[in-house]
Design a protein around this ligand. Structure first.
Ligand code: ADP
Length: 159
């Protein structure tokens, strides 16, 4: 069974991401969560905090996956670490267009890898980190869509 990498910004991790991680961990024995560090993209949480929140959930859920971070081109990281499978989640047609381009480019740069897509579960198909941040900012209840630890950290930032 090859190692699978689930990469993302996870700013912050949501129940949508968690749903994908849970399902991927049922398929792949060796799952790695890759938290992307992009110095040009403004994130709400620091890289360390984003990783910590992912780790916290894995511990609570007893999921045996590694959390790593990387900077730069995803496909370079994948190649250097001899990873053969990239996991991505698909919510809507808008995701599809972006993800298709990305996976074709990655295939071009490193043909030995494959991107495997998991469809979002219906109850989380509208959930994104950005939407959760926006709703929370205007005092909306997002407790069903992010883990308690994430909500706690978001409240701390607001104080
Ligand atoms: P990125 O900045 O790489 O898009 P994200 O953290 O936003 O990082 O997302 C990581 C991956 O998780 C992407 O493939 C995204 O489509 C997927 N994803 C995000 N939210 C959901 C969700 N609610 N259900 C299924 N997949 C999701």
């Amino acid at each position: 069974m090859p190692t699978a990498l689930y990469p993302g910004s996870f700013d912050p991790i949501t129940m949508g991401h968690i749903d994908i991680i849970r399902r991927a961990s049922q398929i792949f024995d060796d799952l790695v969560i890759g938290v992307i560090h992009n110095p040009n993209k403004k994130s709400l949480f620091s890289l360390e905090k984003r990783k910590e929140m992912v780790r916290e959930f894995l511990k609570d859920d007893k999921i045996n996956a590694k959390v790593v971070s990387f900077e730069g081109l995803l496909v370079n990281f994948v190649k250097e670490n001899k990873i053969k499978v990239i996991i991505r989640g698909l919510r809507a047609t808008t995701d599809f267009e972006y993800e298709l381009t990305l996976s074709l480019m990655n295939k071009e740069l490193y043909p030995e890898q494959e991107t495997i897509f998991l469809m979002a579960s219906s109850q989380y198909s509208f959930v994104s980190s950005n939407l959760m941040k926006e709703v929370f900012n205007y005092n909306g209840d997002i407790s069903k869509y992010v883990p308690p630890k994430v909500l706690e950290e978001m409240k701390k930032l607001k104080q």
